[in-house]
Design a protein around this ligand. Structure first.
Ligand SMILES: [Zn+2]
Length: 233
């Protein structure tokens, strides 16, 4: 499986594969890769870009984000994600904990961990306050956020987006895992508003599902859309 790569800034790379992304941070401090796509030799790609492939942080445990994780010795995730990881991948994760507020020196960057449950129980995002960007996992994207099936929680997602919205002054650009690579911070408010309505049972008429429908979707799953905010429910 091949990757396409984009240099986002000095020491910051995006690797994309079949609509999902990983991010490599290289520089003075130990390198870090965020998320591990579906498969292929992600470790070799990290090495080519100057990042010894040792440390991997997972935004969450869904299968499209963990495919290459065994290529990395040190794996990090939020402990609230462990059970979801087991449910999705059928094995225990050998992972170190990352908690809300933890700071990671990664390449030339300093990342703050934000715990944003909802899409999954242990979803996390990484905030670079000095460089003013957010690596959001699946929490913020201009593509449908998967909110059907075990582990999803719309009320928790609404609260997470509200907390993130209160910190919108700390970032200008959001790097998303799916859909457009960069999305504006205003999308956080759109998603929050729509999630609050959805959690209260106020949904617009559903859209036509794409063909084929999203992976794992039962016959009752619908696509809802309001502006750039979209959910599979
Ligand atoms: Zn995903």
């Amino acid at each position: 499986m091949n990757f396409t790569e984009t240099k986002l800034a000095e020491g910051l790379w995006c690797f994309e594969q079949q609509g999902v992304r990983s991010f490599l941070l290289v520089g003075e401090a130990r390198p870090l890769i965020i998320d591990a796509c579906f498969g292929g030799d992600l470790a070799a790609l990290c090495r080519e870009r100057g990042g010894e492939p040792v440390r991997l942080a997972l935004t969450h445990g869904d299968r499209d984000h963990v495919g290459c994780m065994d290529q990395f010795e040190e794996v990090y995730m939020h402990p609230a994600e462990y059970a979801h990881f087991v449910a999705k991948n059928g094995r225990e994760p050998a992972a170190h904990p990352l908690w809300e507020g933890d700071r990671l020196q990664a390449g030339g960057y300093c990342l703050e961990v934000l715990h944003l449950p909802g899409h999954t129980p242990g979803s996390i995002a990484f905030l670079e306050r000095n460089k003013r960007f957010l690596i959001a996992g699946d929490c913020v994207q201009a593509a449908p956020v998967y909110m059907f099936g075990p582990g999803r929680n719309m009320a928790a997602y609404r609260d997470s987006l509200e907390r993130l919205w209160k910190r919108r002054g700390e970032f200008d650009v959001i790097y998303a895992s799916h859909g457009p690579l960069t999305v504006p911070s205003s999308l956080v408010e759109e998603l929050y508003t729509f999630a609050a309505e959805a959690a209260a049972g106020m949904l617009p008429p559903p859209q036509t599902l794409p063909d084929p429908p999203p992976a794992g979707a039962g016959a009752d799953v619908r696509l809802y859309k309001k502006g750039s905010a979209q959910f599979y429910l």
